[in-house]
Design a protein around this ligand. Structure first.
Ligand code: DHB
Length: 322
């Protein structure tokens, strides 16, 4: 058998009714609407660009400081700062469409009515590849508004979004790992009409300044991201794929290399998102594409799709050559 090289690997990714040239996306919140990455690489070369969650109205966000470094990760409390849906649809989305990128638009609402309006307006906009529903933002005043922490509330949001989004536009539900059973929430939102799942959002954390003797973040608590959360995110993907192998999953949480991305594919993700690493290596998403191709080739996978869920197969016994 002759060895595969990275260039031979077919990275084409089919998930949740989308066909993408490769399985690597940006993670929401780590590169605004993609324009700031364009100086480092062509955003159209990514599988998709996932935009910072957009809300109906412009928002100035939470008090500063908004970021804190933590071991192998970071905490952030931005508070969904953003220009609001009018400016997003007038400026940011058309830019992505003109660049021939595949935009996955992340939406966040405080009420079902807001989610409905966002889904309708985003879904009707030409060039939108999918809607990602952020029901798991940790930085809301009222923790009762983390819809993804309650299977019933999560399903209510997803069914409203599904109803308002044109049938051809996939709806990805982005879930929180801060739950007792990720599978229960995953089942609930799939039943409510999600096309696929993004697993997972940040974990709720806190950091305390031992000089001021007060919380570091102006918002007190924040979302933990980066390599520190990778095993948790990977476990969520593993459990959901185990319970529902047919459900399309996008894996996210601390992915910084092609090897990290491969772990998520093996656990059952069909695609991955690269986030926190962008802050110190803006070229990371395209580096991960190249590294993933090399990692797959080195293990004899001719197609990325062949690796999806592979780790769930029974291990071969020593001496088993079949
Ligand atoms: C914010 C939103 C998120 O979904 C997240 O995981 C972290 C931070 C925010 O805007 O504050």
């Amino acid at each position: 058998m002759h060895a595969l090289s990275a260039g031979d690997v077919d990275l084409t990714t089919i998930l949740a009714d989308m066909t993408l040239p490769n399985p690597v996306m940006t993670a929401s919140g780590c590169a605004a609407a993609g324009r700031e990455l364009h100086q480092f690489f062509d955003v159209a070369d990514l599988g998709a660009v996932v935009t910072k969650s957009i809300m109906r109205d412009p928002r100035s966000g939470r008090p500063t400081p908004r970021m804190a470094e933590t071991p192998s990760g970071m905490l952030n409390s931005i508070g969904l700062q953003g220009p609001g849906i009018d400016a997003f649809l007038a400026v940011d989305l058309p830019w992505l469409v003109r660049r021939r990128a595949r935009p996955i638009v992340s939406i966040a609402g405080s009420t079902l009515v807001e989610y409905a309006e966002l889904a309708r307006r985003v879904g009707q906009s030409p060039g939108v590849t999918a809607v990602e529903v952020n029901i798991s933002c940790p930085n809301v005043e009222n923790r009762g508004l983390v819809f993804a922490c309650d299977p019933y509330q999560a399903a209510k949001v997803i069914s409203v979004v599904r109803r308002e989004t044109p049938p051809g536009v996939p709806v990805l539900a982005k879930l929180s790992p801060d739950v007792t059973s990720i599978v229960t929430v995953a089942e609930s939102v799939m039943e409510a009409g999600a096309t696929g799942l993004t697993l997972v959002n940040t974990l709720l954390g806190i950091s305390i300044d031992t000089e001021s003797l007060r919380p570091v973040l102006g918002g007190v608590t924040g979302g933990l991201s980066g390599p520190a959360i990778r095993p948790v995110a990977l476990r969520c993907v593993w459990q959901v794929h185990q319970a529902m192998p047919e459900v399309p999953v996008v894996g996210v949480g601390g992915i910084a290399s092609g090897q990290d991305a491969l772990e998520f594919l093996l656990a059952g993700a069909s695609a991955v998102q690269v986030g926190t690493v962008i802050f110190n290596d803006p070229g990371a998403p395209m580096r991960v594409v190249a590294e993933l191709a090399a990692e797959l080739a080195a293990r004899g996978f001719a197609k990325a799709a062949d690796a999806v869920g592979f780790a769930h197969r029974p291990a071969r016994l020593p001496g088993d050559t079949g």
